[in-house]
Ligand binder design. Sequence first.
Ligand code: BES
Ligand code: MN
Ligand code: ZN
Length: 500
Amino acid sequence: MEFTIKTGAPEKLKTACLVVGVLDGERLAAPAADLGKVSDGVLSAVLASGDLGAKAGATLLVHNPAGLAAQRVLLVSFGKADGFGEKAFRDALGGAAKALASGRADEATVCLVDVEVPGRTPAWNVQTTVRLLADATYRFQAPGAVQKDTDKPAGAQHITLLTRHKVSARLETAVRCGQAVAEGMALAKDLGNLPANVCTPSFLAETARKLGKDFKLKVDILEREDAAKLGMGSFLSVAQGAYEPPKFIVVHYKGRKGKAPPVVLVGKGITFDTGGISIKPAAEMDEMKYDMCGAASVLGTLKAVARLALPINVVGIIPATENMPGGRATRPGDVVTSMSGQTIEILNTDAEGRLVLCDALTYAERFKPACVIDIATLTGACVVALGKIPSGLLANDDALAAELVTRGTESGDRVWQLPLWDEYQDLLKSNFADMANIGGRYAGTITAACFLARYTKAYKWAHLDIAGTAWVSGDAKGSTGRPVPLLTEFLIARSAAVAE
Ligand code: BES
Ligand code: MN
Ligand code: ZN
């Protein structure tokens, strides 16, 4: 999808679809405020009819409006002017994006970025708009499927953003950022949506290799034997039940000269989670193909960062394996030794995410990171606690946690912090090892993070539990591409801080 931004007024514009905002269901928003006057009363009459819903995001398509050069006008409700804010802006853009992505116009001029969103800059408006419009055109192409999506219109592929502001470098950058985030999300969505017989650990490794080729990134793939040499007994204990070979993937993005400490992103890459010997119930088990969405978000974010050539160093680490039952699988009660030397009693083989992450977190120490963020579909308890709106956030550093909360709000890809107090650590006591891999009935998201906290003492660390946010179930089942927007925003902001 292509985007251009330019200064101008929409009255005389020739376009297949002119997208215009409406406040209070009756007033056209800038830069199209005067459109009503020139359209021979057509638009005013449409607005007076009340056919455009009052809710932010409602849309109405008007064909061949008299007095205008546009073939169509898409009216988009911003909702009420009173109390108008970020949510209404996003809802409106969501409505417009949906209409454009499923409409017949192959090109559109969008006049939505000039509306003032309290507390936000014009650049934020532009980046948010571009990202939401681009993301809405995402379609998953099922590999090998005979039925293709080709009879549906592809939607608008060329978008011009119209603004009355002067187009500054800042706004041009905002366009690029929005596009890069959507591109990173699309990669993350594709990987998540692919079935587990296609998206294996080897497939993730190949995807990382390809990313490395496309963007000149160094990629290291550690095989089972390499991991064994490093003493990754915890990671390998999960892998031992599976025929598919595990891969420990390391991707280096170097945006700065010299040895600036990198931000390390660690993504859980369980390409299918059966639960192992502590096997899961059959209902909805198919959704456990999404158990590699943490890994997918790391690759998606690296793609966005590389596309933007951000001046920052980033390392992505992905411990990838299936979690399968079988003759070689871990038994409940087995004790394994992690790379850190700490031993773990595996009381439940379904708590495998922390077992692969802990060795990756120990491996991360060698990079002397500025900070480490792990991303994992780690606990069903997180969905119980927070639902599917924010990702769970736990951290050993308050400033890092606050930074992530801010970037989450900015990007609309929100997180909510849970406590990581030492008192919870007692729940992981084991009579037979340094720790158990589960903590009992209560506070499942926190005890999972407490487990990880025992491997992250050497650096500033935050953990994102994306069990509720990485995909949606039901009719619209599919990957969301989260938290690529949050992570990319975080890295953009960190690079800007460096550049200053
Ligand atoms: N991948 C699951 C977590 C999960 C479950 C995410 C459902 C999204 C939806 C994880 O490996 C898991 O099985 N966690 C267990 C932990 C428990 C055994 C302590 C869980 O949440 O039930
Ligand atoms: Mn599990
Ligand atoms: Zn899992």
